[in-house]
Design a protein around this ligand. Structure first.
Ligand code: ASP
Length: 315
């Protein structure tokens, strides 16, 4: 595919890709987010001759990702993408909540240019660190003519941000695109596109997200054998404005939790029913079922419900 010239901006937010350890064989006991974005670029000689700007927004282990960082990232990425000389923004990130940041940006960031997320499963100091190749591949994708929307590049695969999910806890090839399959692959420095670039309308709440400290509180409860109402009741008592239930199978919910959810809804709490299965989402809605999150994973549904509540849509 043809590539575009122009500036690519890399925004670092931390994660294992920027992680370091004193030992090269240490794949677990490293410190996430130790390196700045400039250090990640410097580790890839092939990027030296390219117009690239790098800046460090955060140094988080992404398991600690928070709404304030999301708001700051969205604002900064949007600002950079609006510069005429910038062709794309790349965000380096931890893998743990990468799919959540991808969904948040997919639903709230208006851009006709690509925003490419990348990450690594092994720290920068590892014997076979995956971060440098992932970053190089991310730049390749960022420069593909016609690329647009929020995508993620990991282990040679290009995923639409809306489809991204982490499937494995420690393997280098840890991500998938659910039922849709990947958007494409990067082969020897070139991207092969399998389907159309992601293109979906933004959420209505994207117009006025406001102060992240005031975003509605939405929590996730898992349905399981022996589930009890008290988990859901406790969250409502603690002030949850929305609850996503990670249901079993096709979004089925334990009777105890269903009763608790109905009481919560009667008290004005918004409820969505997703599936804890890795694939498939929730199909259909039997009579009297709790409101469905459809194809969204529980973590996607949590963000979506938060945005729904912000936009005044409670369904
Ligand atoms: N805990 C790390 C993070 O999400 C894991 C990783 O990046 O692979 O920041």
């Amino acid at each position: 595919m043809q590539s575009t010239a122009g500036v690519v901006v890399i925004i670092g937010t931390g994660g294992t890709i920027a992680g370091t350890s004193a030992r090269a064989d240490d794949l677990v006991g490293y410190k996430s987010g130790a390196l700045a974005a400039q250090d990640l670029v410097a580790a890839v000689p092939a990027l030296a001759a390219q117009p690239i700007e790098a800046e460090t927004l955060a140094r988080l282990d992404s398991s600690d990702m928070d709404h304030a960082t999301w708001a700051a990232l969205r604002e900064r990425a949007g600002w950079q993408l609006a510069r005429p000389e910038v062709v794309a923004v790349i965000v380096t990130h931890g893998t743990d909540t990468l799919e959540e940041t991808a969904w948040f940006l997919h639903r709230t960031l208006a851009t006709a240019k690509p925003l490419v997320l990348t990450a690594a499963m092994r720290p920068a100091t590892a014997l076979s660190a995956d971060g440098p190749q992932n970053l190089l591949d991310a730049v390749t994708v960022a420069r593909v003519a016609g690329a647009r929307g929020v995508v993620a590049v990991l282990a040679g695969c290009v995923h639409a941000g809306m489809d991204l999910r982490k499937l494995h806890g420690w393997r280098v090839d840890a991500f998938g695109s659910g039922d849709g399959g990947p958007l494409g692959v990067v082969e020897d420095g070139r991207m092969r596109l399998f389907r159309a670039w992601p293109d979906a309308p933004l959420h209505a709440a994207a117009q006025a997200l406001g102060d992240p400290a005031r975003w509605p509180v939405v929590d996730i409860v898992t349905s399981h054998a022996g589930a009890r109402a008290r988990t859901l009741d406790a969250l409502v008592a603690a002030g949850a404005q929305g609850i996503v239930i990670a249901g079993t199978g096709n979004g089925s919910v334990h009777l105890e939790l269903t009763d608790a959810a109905r009481r919560a809804m009667a008290a004005g709490v918004a409820v969505r029913r997703a599936s804890r299965c890795l694939l498939g989402g929730v199909v259909g809605a039997p009579p009297d079922a709790l409101p469905s999150a459809g194809p969204m994973t529980p973590v996607q549904a949590r963000i979506e419900l938060m945005l729904d509540l912000l936009a005044g849509r409670e369904a």
